[in-house]
Design a protein around this ligand. Structure first.
Ligand code: BGC
Ligand code: BGC
Length: 739
């Protein structure tokens, strides 16, 4: 058996072109269902008859438990219709806390249908409130729904077609439960792994993430729900990696790094954008007209709905202290470009503040009308102005898809030959070997993960311990022991041939998930140390939403290291296939893995050092081993109408079939400002049989080759400069002069 050597491992793959992705979904029912002009005309007709109070209600989003009995988890309240008539909300949401009763797909479908009907009866123009939710890896709040890997793992799969399929399946489940609007996908970049939402991103690299965003938006909207690009913009680089801390972003970084995923999503037709809850350059984004209007609508041409993030107008007053009171904060936010406020609790207080802002002349009638019109247009496009059939209340059994998705994410970082496990006694242990909570991560049942909050439900998942036992090949025996009884465990370790230890982060979301030291809990590190001390082959399987740093005595000594990200419902089954060699490891890192805390923030697109050597990560972007190896040859680059096409022949030189995934990097001619030594511009990827060679090509649109020229504090302009470009794919370097 041959293995690719660490760090020299070649990576390859064929990304479906954007055109192909779009055509694959062309037959599906897509939102918007009405052309913009028609939807707007219908919205106008409703708006014309609305009072000031009704318009104010229209631009407010209320928590849906306002309509449940007792104001929290429970059945729809008997007076829910009156509450609608009183609050007049344009939208409702569930943020991942409470749930209707019964808390089943049928219960959700019935509750949301009932709210739709009550909205038709009690809201102006008979237009119901639109319901939005965070279905960010499957419909993660609903018991019984299949949960897919979190985005970071999908970033590692480098397979936008898969991302599109998962988004489409999620949308289908949502429609079955009468849900219209998904607060997904996260178009932020994962550039600081300490950040609590790193796992919600598709990775660090702007254009690689952009391809995933196109896929996700297309999948969701072709499945009949509105997508939300979040969180515009710069949310992924908060100071010190702390959620919602200020981000300092230059105009160059904004254009070169942070905008591409949003541009891609807008081009794919995303119907809504959610504002960044934090601040950029000292200005809260919720009060930034430059960001929410000039940049988003002016420069990027976005025409849809801008929704605030959770309670973020209040945050201007209470947390950021940038505005003296709610009336001033409301005026600043609405004037900056927020159309809909996710209040979500004290809708009455917000209504009073907005009314005061309008009657006092701080917000114009015209701006309020514009925001309300966008809300109504959004709902017209979703079909909410027309009678429509109820969702079935029955969701799809997505286990096969979940397993395929988890398998695509798995990334092998070290292997001394212990894998695949072919024979002998296997001992499996560690807190992640049988924990639905760890395996699913945050935004699962509760926004903080399984076991948190009011809802006690624990999803059924395929765990590593169960799957290793259930699918052991002949000649392999498996025993699973909890790590708590250390003596018994170490005794059992003495007679084992291979030890599989599954470690992971406790589930969490947002600031609660910040991990400033990139560390696992001390008990887990000690467990690993104790097992390594047995001198038996140890296979570390890590379920985590970021790169984790091991202490120095362990870091470079792991014989086998599998990164499983947060693999979802079928993580165990997928891992067992890979560990036993029935499947390979197609995943490649979608981020740079730092070797020390000092290297946090190191990314592949770093510009040249001014002095000294460039820092070397522990594992670079795109790194991953497999049971086979690849060679590249015959690199070529040619000009096309809209950019450059690169082609490379990739040969599977090993003994097994596998998925070759290669990042294509570009080096630009001198631009007058620092550019990345290597800028990732796309990926080629293909499954190759043993011995198979195939020519793979990638079309690189010209915009991916733009340099962002301009002086330090001046305007920045993107242009493709004349000169020589170098494209790197695997071991091939090809040069091409443009124009
Ligand atoms: C909600 C979450 C929300 C969070 C905001 C929670 O109470 O359930 O959905 O994201 O608050 O801080
Ligand atoms: C999060 C958003 C989420 C919203 C609703 C906020 O706290 O930042 O990503 O969509 O809550 O749950």
């Amino acid at each position: 058996m041959k293995f690719i050597h660490k760090k020299t491992g070649v990576r390859v793959a064929l990304t479906l072109s954007i055109a192909l992705l779009l055509s694959a979904s062309a037959t599906a029912q897509t939102v918007p269902r009405l052309p913009q002009a028609e939807a707007e005309a219908r919205a106008h007709a409703v708006l014309e008859k609305m009072t000031l109070e009704e318009k104010i209600g229209q631009v407010s989003m209320a928590h849906f438990f306002r309509f449940l009995e007792g104001g929290k988890s429970g059945p729809i309240a008997a007076n829910a219709g009156d509450i609608f008539a009183q609050l007049l909300p344009g939208a409702t949401l569930n943020g991942g806390g409470d749930a209707p009763q019964p808390n089943t797909p049928r219960g959700w479908a019935d509750a949301l249908r009932r709210l739709e009907m009550l909205g038709r009866q009690n809201l102006p123009g008979g237009v119901p409130a639109v319901f939005g939710t965070d279905a960010v890896h499957g419909v993660n709040n609903v018991p019984g729904a299949t949960l897919y890997p979190h985005n970071l793992g999908l970033g590692a799969a480098f397979d936008p077609a898969l991302t599109q399929e998962l988004a489409r399946a999620t949308a289908a489940d949502m429609r079955d439960m009468n849900m219209d609007w998904d607060f997904s996908p996260v178009a932020d970049l994962g550039r600081d792994p300490r950040w609590g939402r790193f796992y919600e991103t598709f990775g660090e690299s702007p254009w690689l993430v952009a391809d995933q965003i196109t896929a996700s938006v297309t999948g969701l909207q072709s499945g009949g729900v509105a997508a939300t690009l979040k969180h515009f913009v710069g949310y992924g680089s908060p100071g010190l990696g702390r959620d919602r801390a200020n981000a300092e972003i230059s105009l160059r970084a904004l254009h070169e790094l942070y905008l591409p995923p949003f541009k891609a999503g807008i081009r794919a037709g995303a119907m809504s954008v959610m504002a960044n809850s934090g601040s950029v350059n000292g200005v809260p984004v919720h009060a930034s007209q430059k960001i929410l209007t000039d940049l988003l609508r002016g420069e990027l041409g976005f025409k849809g709905l801008v929704v605030s993030d959770w309670n973020d107008i209040d945050r201007l007053v209470n947390t950021f202290k940038t505005h003296a009171d709610l009336v001033k904060a409301t005026a600043a936010s609405i004037n900056a470009g927020i159309d809909l406020y996710m209040v979500p609790n004290d809708v009455e207080k917000y209504g009073a503040a907005l009314k005061e802002a309008v009657t006092g002349g701080l917000v114009s009638q015209q701006r309020l009308d514009e925001a309300a019109l966008r809300m109504l247009t959004f709902k017209a496009q979703l079909g909410l102005m027309d009678a429509r059939p109820a969702g079935s209340g029955v969701i799809t059994e997505g286990r096969a898809l979940a397993k395929r998705a988890a398998a695509a994410t798995l990334t092998l970082l070290e292997n001394d030959g212990t894998l695949p496990i072919k024979t002998g006694r296997v001992l499996v242990t560690g807190p992640a070997m049988d924990s639905a909570a760890i395996q699913l991560g945050g935004w699962s049942v509760n926004w903080q993960g399984v076991g948190k909050g009011n809802v006690g439900y624990v999803p059924k998942v395929s765990t590593l311990a169960t799957a290793l036992k259930a699918s052991a090949p002949a000649g392999v025996t498996v025993s699973a022991l909890p790590d708590g009884k250390r003596e018994a465990l170490l005794r059992a370790a003495k007679t084992a041939d291979t030890i599989v230890v599954a470690l992971g982060e406790a589930p969490a979301a947002e600031s609660q998930a910040n991990n400033p030291k990139l560390a696992l809990p001390a008990e887990q590190v000690q467990l690993l140390r104790d097992l390594m001390a047995t001198d038996k082959p140890v296979v570390l399987v890590l379920m985590a939403g970021r790169p984790i740093l091991q202490p120095e005595d362990l870091q470079n000594r792991l014989p086998v290291f599998v990164m499983a990200y947060l693999p979802g419902s079928e993580g165990g089954a997928a891992l067992a296939d890979a560990l036993y060699g029935r499947a390979g490891f197609p995943g490649r890192l979608p981020f740079t893995w730092p070797g020390s805390l000092g290297e946090v923030g190191l990314t592949a697109d770093r510009p040249p050092e001014g002095a000294g050597d460039a820092p070397l990560p522990l594992y670079p972007l795109g790194f991953g081993l497999d049971y086979t190896a690849y060679r590249t040859s015959d690199g070529q680059a040619v000009k096309t109408a809209d950019g450059v096409k690169v082609t490379v022949t990739v040969t599977n030189t090993g003994e097994k079939a596998g998925t070759a995934t290669l990042i294509v990097n570009a080096s630009l001619p001198p631009a007058g400002n620092l550019e990345a030594v290597k800028r990732p511009v796309g990926v080629v990827r293909a499954e190759l049989k043993k011995g198979e060679a195939r020519a793979l090509s990638l079309d690189i649109p010209a915009e991916r080759l733009e340099a962002f020229t301009g002086d330090a504090f001046g305007a920045v302009q993107g242009k493709v400069l004349p000169g020589q470009y170098t494209f790197g794919i695997g071991d091939e370097l090809v040069r091409l002069s443009l124009p």
